[in-house]
Design a protein. Structure first.
Length: 297
């Protein structure tokens, strides 16, 4: 099951208690129907849960009784009776005697809850969203540019700023930033899906932070090991030719400890002195040793 399907199934569980919101959700679905005209209304979906939701919306909002019909992989709700279509047009404020124009009757969407319900119906019919394992992307497809522009206005009223694009003969409203996708899903009634996206983002950020820390620590360990190897090589070069007495007396303890504990970090090695010395102090001594060794060469 795709993430979009999971989201839509969650949306289909939203209560239909408020008549105005039920009507607004049905309105959003109708404007994204396969056919929405004064002669025919055809709603098509591959999701049986959405088909049952559409059936309930039409019955509750317009008192239109219908039954989804299975046709291949799709479920179709087809309304052709003039009385049923006329009832829907009357409720939504359209003229049943003329060809439908795809514009919004904002009188039906006066409350913010109704705006969200309208967008829920639109998303059920024409929306997709990428899952938590992919880059953030949510889009709403429309075959009518005028409708897409008016839906952009709806989203702006909700504090969301979608982008508009053309793909083939369709208009797309889309979000590509995670915060907007999460906000949109929460607004239209899918908070669990929004939370899944948030959790995935937090997990990804945490994993990236851990990876950066590990890479940084690994780089530091490699740097420390390389420095220790150069120091030991310099010390041995002097010892092999002239012995420990060649080093100044104040550096001989450092020479012995560096050879005895080749894998120690500077901080660890500094603590082995009696009494312990500071890390910068040890660094200065080791620098003197390597300089002394190079002069001896």
């Amino acid at each position: 099951m795709s993430f979009s399907t999971e989201v839509k199934n969650e949306l289909c569980r939203v209560s239909m208690q408020r008549a105005c919101c039920t009507r607004a959700e049905a309105y959003g679905a109708l404007l994204h129907a396969t056919v929405f005209s004064h002669r025919e209304i055809r709603l098509s979906t591959e999701n049986s849960v959405i088909a049952r939701r559409l059936q309930a919306l039409l019955q509750r909002a317009f008192f239109v009784v219908c039954e989804p019909q299975r046709q291949g992989r799709k479920y179709q709700i087809v309304l052709e009776q003039p009385t049923q279509i006329g009832r829907i047009f009357d409720v939504l404020g359209y003229d049943r005697k003329s060809h439908i124009t795809y514009h919004l009757n904002r009188n039906e969407l006066e409350e913010e809850c109704c705006l969200a319900s309208f967008l829920r119906g639109a998303f059920l019919m024409a929306g997709t969203v990428a899952g938590p394992d992919k880059k953030s992307h949510l889009e709403l497809k429309s075959g009518h540019q005028s409708l897409a522009r008016e839906e952009t206005s709806l989203l702006l009223d909700l504090g969301l700023s979608p982008k508009l694009a053309q793909r083939g003969g369709s208009c797309l409203l889309y979000f590509k930033d995670g915060a907007s996708v999460e906000d949109f899903l929460t607004r239209i009634g899918a908070p669990h899906a929004a939370m899944a996206l948030m959790e995935a983002k937090v997990e990804k950020n945490l994993r990236n932070t851990i990876n950066r820390q590990v890479n940084c620590e690994t780089a530091n360990l490699v740097k420390t090991a390389d420095a220790a190897a150069r120091q030991i090589a310099a010390i041995r070069a002097v010892l092999d030719t002239r012995g420990e007495e060649a080093f100044p007396e104040n550096l001989r303890e450092t020479v012995r400890l560096r050879l005895a504990y080749p894998t120690d970090t500077l901080a660890e090695l500094a603590q082995r002195f009696a009494p312990p010395i500071s890390k910068p102090g040890l660094s200065h001594r080791l620098k003197k040793i390597t300089e002394f060794a190079s002069k001896e060469d």
